[in-house]
Design a protein around this ligand. Structure first.
Ligand code: ADE
Ligand code: ZN
Length: 327
């Protein structure tokens, strides 16, 4: 209970959060009404009941459908600001957040609309909540490399407001190598590189993210434990892994939190921290991820808590001077 209070009060950084995954059912219904869209669920409770996933794809199907209510810049601003308020309540100081441009451009929403809404929310949260926020657009790996290249082109006018680029969506059958040229261009533009790998996909996808894409951080990465040589590489280079326990639980990557590999990852000397991924769909924000892990994994103690929180800042792409101001 004492540790729980300390965890709640401690400053934190969040490095793996999809802003579209913060769209709570209540706001989804409100935006649907505002935009005259009919959702295929009678009410919020029925929608929440549908959040019963069997794997990553079963979640992605609902998640991409849910994003359909986002039509105007105001919609994106309202969604993002609601997240920033929750982040501030969780004592998050720094958030490096993902968004999926193609999820919106493919249904006819201009990138300018998405950016205007997100930027308005970020400016307000930095001013009124004291957060430091950075944006990382992710390419959808179930789409083609050509589509990702066009998306990178469309992002160029916003280059100065983007921290880096990432890779997400359905992992199985979509290895990192499919996007070699996109990430080569992104690196040439000086963008920081992250990629989802080793969530459902094999260790080979983590190797590919590191070696072919030049990933500086691996999103999820929990399946690295199947490959001792990979664990050694990640440990030696201290490549951060942005672990998302409630996501892993709800997407059946682990059968229950008591069996989550977090203790094994920490024992292996890997640079891990906790994150919330898509909290509106997975039943909890960063505070809940920390709380429920420490509840379910009694082998974790105060030192582990400190390591996880310190790692969250050290694994951010903020300068050491900025980091010092938050800790
Ligand atoms: N998009 C949103 N959440 C994701 C996840 N956990 N894995 C892959 N793509 C995602
Ligand atoms: Zn994710």
């Amino acid at each position: 209970a004492q540790l729980s209070a300390l965890l709640a009060a401690a400053p934190k950084a969040e490095l793996h959060l999809h802003i579209e995954g913060t769209l709570e059912p209540e706001l989804m219904f409100a935006l649907a009404r505002r935009n005259s869209i009919t959702l295929p669920y009678p009410d919020v409770e029925a929608l929440r009941r549908a959040y019963d996933f069997s794997d990553l794809q079963s979640f992605l199907d609902l998640y991409y459908a849910g994003a359909g209510v986002l039509q105007t810049a105001q919609d994106f601003e309202d969604m993002a600001y609601a997240y920033f308020e929750r982040a501030a309540a969780d004592r998050i100081r720094r958030a490096e957040i993902f968004f999926d441009p193609q999820t919106h451009t493919h249904r006819g929403i201009a990138l300018a609309t998405v950016m205007a809404g997100l930027e308005a929310a970020i400016a307000r949260a930095e001013r009124e909540l004291g957060l430091s926020i950075a944006l990382i657009p992710c390419f959808l790996r179930h789409l083609s490399e050509e589509d990702a290249l066009q998306t990178l082109d469309a992002l160029l006018p916003y280059r100065e407001r983007l921290l880096g680029v990432g890779l997400d969506s359905g992992e199985r059958g979509n290895p990192p190598e499919k996007f070699a040229r996109v990430f080569e261009r992104a690196r040439a533009l000086g963008l920081r590189i992250v990629a989802h790998a080793g969530e459902e996909g094999p260790p080979a996808y983590i190797w590919g993210a590191l070696q072919t894409l030049g990933a500086e951080r691996i999103d999820h990465g929990v399946r690295c434990l199947e490959d001792p040589a990979l664990v050694e590489e990640l440990r030696r280079r201290q490549v951060p892994l942005t672990v998302c326990p409630l996501s892993n639980l709800r997407l059946c990557v682990v059968p229950d939190l008591a069996q989550h590999p977090l203790p094994a990852l920490l024992d292996a000397g890997l640079k891990v921290m906790l994150n919330s991924d898509d909290p509106a769909y997975f039943g909890g924000y960063l505070g809940a991820n920390l709380d429920q892990c420490f509840e379910a994994l009694p082998q974790l103690d105060a030192r582990h808590a400190y390591t996880l929180l310190r790692n969250s800042f050290e694994a951010s792409f903020a300068s050491p001077e900025q980091q010092a101001g938050w800790i």
